[in-house]
Design a protein around this ligand. Structure first.
Ligand code: G3P
Ligand code: MG
Length: 243
């Protein structure tokens, strides 16, 4: 059965990459969560999409220019709606502690394709190990060097290169890393691509699938997972097919 990953949590209904969005995803029966990780000035992994704090907190500057204690004082919810005004930028550790008693899987996206965060891979790897969650993890990034780095710690780690343009025979590229999964933008997919991935036994989890017709097509093709802002809709579409 195709798994449903909530993109930045259930980000249509709650501010992206906050605990409110993650709780909502669980409530809406998502199988997993995709979230974005960066490092603070004092090298604490935190969950936020943009390198700049401006859009989601209103504060000037970059994530890496603030310490974790400073980041914790910012409001990451009120830009979305007054109802969420006390939401914080979560630390990855806070998230891992919350997810542990659930059955959720986790896709950590290293957000280091624009600004580098030296050492982030090892810091995150150690944290996941410390909490005993390695079996539930997928690591993705647009920075494929970063994914290669993860394989050095453990060759069995599931790494998934993200890409958004028309790569030629992407399964060959994925295998060359080597990786066993791909996270393509949905626009790059057609039946030829789905067949190619299947034939080469590469797991595919495209982003960001919010259209029910597209969901249905992907579910019917039995792809491994979709990444969506609306896990509730995906759950209904999938339940309809398995009814
Ligand atoms: O991991 C899928 C998706 O999140 C990649 O793009 O910009 O939403 O992090 P972005
Ligand atoms: Mg992401």
């Amino acid at each position: 059965m195709t798994l449903i990953f909530a993109h930045r949590g259930s980000s249509k209904y709650a501010p992206e990459n906050t605990m409110a969005a993650f709780r909502k995803a669980l409530e809406q029966h998502a199988d997993g969560i995709e979230l974005d990780v960066q490092l603070t000035k004092d090298k604490i992994p935190v969950i936020i999409h943009d390198e700049s704090l401006k859009r989601t907190t209103g504060v000037k500057g970059l994530v890496g220019e603030y310490t974790y204690d400073e980041i914790r004082c910012l409001d990451a919810g009120k830009w979305f709606s007054a109802k969420f005004k006390y939401e914080r930028i979560p630390s990855l550790e806070e998230f891992l502690i919350w997810m542990k008693p659930t059955t959720l899987k986790l896709n950590i996206e290293f957000k280091n394709n624009i600004l580098p965060y030296y050492g982030m891979e090892k810091i995150v790897y150690d944290l996941v190990q410390e909490h005993g969650l390695e079996d539930r993890l997928i690591y993705s990034s647009f920075n494929h060097y970063s994914l290669k780095e993860m394989k050095k710690f453990d060759p069995n780690i599931d790494i998934a290169p993200l890409y958004s343009s028309g790569l030629y025979e992407p399964w060959n590229y994925v295998k060359s890393l080597p990786a066993e999964s791909a996270h393509p933008h949905w626009r790059t997919l057609n039946q030829f691509m789905l067949n190619g991935f299947k034939e080469h036994e590469i797991r595919v989890r495209p982003y960001t699938i919010n259209d029910p017709k597209r969901m249905k097509w992907l579910f019917e093709n039995k792809i491994d997972a979709i990444i969506t802002d609306v896990p509730d809709i995906a759950f209904d579409v999938r339940s309809g097919l398995h009814a």
